[in-house]
Design a protein around this ligand. Structure first.
Ligand SMILES: Nc1ncnc2c1ncn2[C@@H]1O[C@H](COP(=O)(O)OP(=O)(O)O)[C@@H](O)[C@H]1O
Ligand SMILES: N[C@@H](CCC(=O)OP(=O)(O)O)C(=O)O
Length: 388
């Protein structure tokens, strides 16, 4: 075990996500041996005192053979029907496999909004908490059978990160078919394994693809999105193969380790940063960009050059530099059409000319989330290492 990985080995509560690629064989059928091997590792962790939450893919893949489908369905209706058939089969297998270790499971099927809308979030949180108190292993998948294209993740990577936030987990382990992140898709000659990532700047310029395996969804793109969500909320992530699960959970130096980049953030800020669809933009001058990036300032009309889009007060918008780079997201305090007359004026001017109610920030700092932090001055540890 390495000291760096202690937060995973000692995590009181861990979320483990296993992808479709690790649970299905070449023939598209559920690989029951792989499922049982994972269950055995998780059961050992539970016996050792760690609380375990499993986010598992595999419902659609599990239905390919029984329904006689040629491959993974591409249209939403067939994918939903396949998920409905396969989910039952999948959970039945988990129920049997955990029962062999004397453990019970509970199924939760969530949609994206269940992890982000306030009332749904609290319900999911209460439900997971109670299952854990009852010593039940929560088994979670996306509710594919009812999730429509607009509100669906499609992959389980981002769902796992949001579940880690909902469940206040201490670590997230993503299990897939590659032993971590590489500088390019691993089948590419010269691709090098990366063992440690301390922030987005450590992986700038690496090449990743959204195309996963034949049965997986999202490839490395959604895994890095998941990492971004979890680490920004203070949760360390290990990305490795399913066969390394036991070693990853006990803190051994396998796969890629992503250290936290921030502290646990509120549900509202999480939604703003990762899920909300921005309805417009404010273009900031250089002074406003530095003030906002400093992390403590609200956005005042004096530092805004322009407004784009047609949004209402309270809706999410992007804050961008004059060159169009998005630096933050926030909730607008004004309707878009109210903003142009305010631009360039100080709040005291606005109070004297337009009256109370117009002297407030366009975006209050409590409703603002930075998306890019200024670069760290230096790196002391090389992170991309040649594969041995
Ligand atoms: N830079 C990269 N490093 C590692 N894997 C990558 C990279 N770019 C693309 N990939 C691909 O991502 C795939 C895993 O994604 P996916 O098939 O969606 O898995 P899962 O079903 O486990 O979610 C790997 O098989 C790998 O080929
Ligand atoms: N919810 C889907 C999972 C979608 C999927 O394949 O996700 P992933 O394994 O993260 O690429 C299922 O159970 O089939």
């Amino acid at each position: 075990m390495t000291e760096l990985r202690l937060p995973v080995a000692d995590a009181p509560r861990v979320v483990v996500k296993i992808g479709s690629s690790s649970l299905t064989g070449q023939d598209g059928r559920l690989n029951v041996a792989a499922l049982k091997a994972l269950v055995s590792v998780l059961a050992d962790r539970r016996t050792a005192g760690q609380q375990v939450i499993l986010v598992t893919s595999g419902a659609i893949a599990a239905a390919i053979a029984p329904l006689g489908l040629a491959g993974r369905p591409r249209d939403l209706a067939t994918a939903q029907a396949a998920a409905s058939v396969g989910q039952g089969l999948l959970v039945a297998r988990y129920t049997e496999a955990f029962a062999e270790h004397g453990m019970r499971v509970g199924q939760l099927l969530l949609t994206a909004s269940d992890t982000l809308r306030r009332d749904h979030y609290r319900n999911a949180q209460r439900s997971i908490e109670r299952l854990l108190e009852l010593d039940v292993i929560p088994i979670i998948n996306e509710n594919d059978a009812v999730a429509t294209d607009e509100i669906r993740f499609g992959d389980n990577d981002r769902l796992a990160a949001l579940v880690s936030h909902v469940a206040r987990a201490d670590a997230l382990v993503l299990l897939t078919d590659v032993d971590g992140l590489y500088t390019a898709p691993p089948d590419r000659p010269g691709a090098r394994h990366i063992s440690l990532v301390r922030g987005p700047e450590d992986i700038e310029g690496i090449e990743i693809t959204a195309r996963g395996t034949a049965v997986g969804t999202g490839g490395m793109v959604t895994k890095l999105e998941s990492v971004r969500i979890a680490t920004a909320s203070g949760i360390p992530v290990v990305l490795t193969t399913a066969s390394n699960a036991a070693r990853a959970l006990s803190g051994e130096n396998v796969g890629t380790y992503f250290t936290p980049t921030g502290k646990r953030t509120s549900r509202k800020r999480l939604w703003l940063a990762f899920a909300a669809a921005p309805q417009g933009r404010l273009v900031l001058d250089e002074g406003a960009v530095s003030a906002v990036q400093g992390g403590l300032a609200s956005l005042l009309p004096a530092g805004v050059l322009g407004v784009e889009g047609n949004f209402d007060a309270g809706e999410p918008i992007e804050l961008v530099t004059a060159a169009g780079k998005v630096i933050a997201r926030g909730l607008s305090a004004f309707d878009a059409h109210e903003i142009p007359p305010l631009l360039g004026h100080s709040t005291s001017d606005l109070r004297s000319t337009l009256g109370d109610g117009f002297d407030k920030p366009l975006v209050h700092r409590d409703e603002l989330v930075l998306l890019r932090r200024p670069k760290r001055p230096s790196k002391s540890v090389p992170t991309a290492q040649a594969r041995s």
